[in-house]
Structures are given as structure tokens and as C-alpha cells.
Design a protein around this ligand. Structure first.
Ligand code: CTP
Length: 220
């Protein structure tokens, strides 16, 4: 039933971190490896979906030959790519750890060490999940992620409603083995109506299967 549902569905997935350039040798980034998003992409491709994977800088390579990879670096590039692809998609899964802010200017030459203090002004990046959530049509499903450190459920539900997602995959940094840097993850999936599905700690490939099954069973 699940393979039937995903067969030929066009799906955009974001994965990995974004890098926000400061100067030719420096950037603001984060510890995301992209493993969760790539695992979801592989599973969906195996089910026959048309997968468009928009990835920030990672050391990973898609294995399934049908996955279309869009390599981007910054949040703005990721945003521009997703906004172009999404109108023809039935599903969007936003697992990237997008930088919330970027430096307000790029220094064309390396910033030299001179003063005791250096101030870098940051400006807000566009929110991809929120943009897709607010523009989605009745036949489109948008799934977001939330990595929280406190008031996890409350924050995730608030995020879901603010960004108009149909579901949020929540992982807490308080759970050992969950989040960045691990090959495992422990998630809960929260639906718009407030229903919560909790899952035990598993390898990310298995977590990807749980997420996909949950989408097919509850949002299709
Ligand atoms: N996200 C996005 N674009 C952004 C920031 C976040 O698409 N510019 C997406 C992420 O891919 C994820 C979800 O939004 O699916 C949650 O990201 P998070 O950074 O936790 O949300 P924020 O709105 O930044 O909330 P917080 O105040 O907790 O940082």
C-alpha cells in the first residue's frame, strides 16, 4: 500500500546544514551531517517516488540512481531552489538545518585580525518550511523537523502551526543518540490536530521508514 502511494509522487527534500559566508575563508554553519534527509530520500526513491534532494554541504552521495540532487550552500540558495521545485510536488520534507541568520554583507577579501573585538551583523534568512507551508495547495503535504532542547512538544506544536506544516518530526537533544552527529535518532511525529506518535531510538534508515509510513497512513 505504501509503495503504491509513493509511486511517481514528486517529492522535494531538504537535507544537511547551510553555510553562510563571512569572507572567502570563513562561514557560519552547524553540525548537521545530512544523514536523516539522505536516508528519507533513499527510502522514497526505492518506493518509486521522484525525489528532488536539495542538499547543503555534506560528505554524502545519493545511492539511488533516480535521486535528483541539487547542491546548494546558503539558506537563500536552498530557498530559491525549493520555491522553484515545490509547485509541481505533492510532498515537501524539510529536514535541513537551515541557518536562521546570515551575515548582512560578504567581505570580498579575508578579514584581517586587527581590533580586539569584531562585530558581524546578521540578518534573518527566509524560512523555507514556512514559505512552502503557507503557499501549499489542498493536494500538497508539507512536513517539517524540529530539534529542541526544552519544552519540546509545546515548541514543536507551536512551530507546526506557525509554519502551517501538516506534521513535525521532533527530535530532542536531551535524548542520547538523537539529533546531529549520530547514525541513530529518536523521534516523535506531531500532526496538525495534535496527535503524537512516539518512536524508540533507531538507525536513521529505520527512522526514515517510520516517517514515510506515518505520512502515508495519516496525511495521504
Ligand atoms: N527551516 C526552514 N528555513 C529556515 C529555518 C528553518 O525551512 N530558514 C525549517 C527546518 O528545515 C525545519 C524547521 O524549519 O524543518 C524547524 O527549524 P528550526 O530552526 O527549529 O525553527 P525556527 O523557526 O528557526 O525556530 P527556533 O526559534 O526554534 O530556531
Amino acid at each position: 500500500m505504501i509503495a503504491e502511494y509513493f509511486k511517481s509522487k514528486k517529492i522535494v527534500i531538504t537535507a544537511g546544514p547551510t553555510y553562510e559566508k563571512i569572507d572567502p575563508v570563513r562561514f557560519i554553519g552547524n553540525y548537521s551531517t545530512g544523514k536523516m534527509g539522505y536516508a528519507i530520500a533513499e527510502e522514497l526513491a526505492q518506493l518509486g517516488a521522484e525525489v528532488h534532494l536539495v542538499s547543503g554541504p555534506t560528505s554524502l552521495t545519493p545511492q539511488h540512481p533516480s535521486i535528483q540532487l541539487y547542491q546548494v550552500e546558503s539558506a537563500v540558495q536552498m530557498y530559491d531552489t525549493c520555491v522553484k521545485i515545490f509547485p509541481d510536488c505533492q510532498i515537501a520534507i524539510m529536514s535541513a538545518a537551515v541557518a536562521d541568520y546570515r551575515p548582512d554583507r560578504y567581505n570580498e577579501v579575508k578579514i584581517k585580525k586587527s581590533e580586539e573585538n569584531l562585530t558581524i551583523h546578521l540578518v534573518k534568512n527566509p524560512d523555507i518550511l514556512s514559505t512552502l507551508g503557507h503557499s501549499k495547495k489542498a493536494n500538497q503535504i508539507v512536513v517539517g523537523f524540529a530539534l529542541e532542547t526544552h519544552n519540546e512538544l509545546e515548541n514543536a506544536l507551536d512551530k507546526l502551526r506557525r509554519k502551517k506544516a501538516d506534521a513535525i518530526v521532533l527530535n530532542s537533544l536531551n535524548d542520547p543518540g538523537a539529533g546531529f552527529k549520530h547514525s541513530t535518532n529518536k523521534i516523535s511525529i506531531i500532526l496538525e490536530k495534535g496527535t503524537i506518535f512516539e518512536f524508540p531510538l533507531k538507525e536513521k534508515q529505520e527512522v526514515a521508514k517510520d516517517i514515510i509510513k506515518c505520512i502515508a497512513e495519516n496525511l495521504a
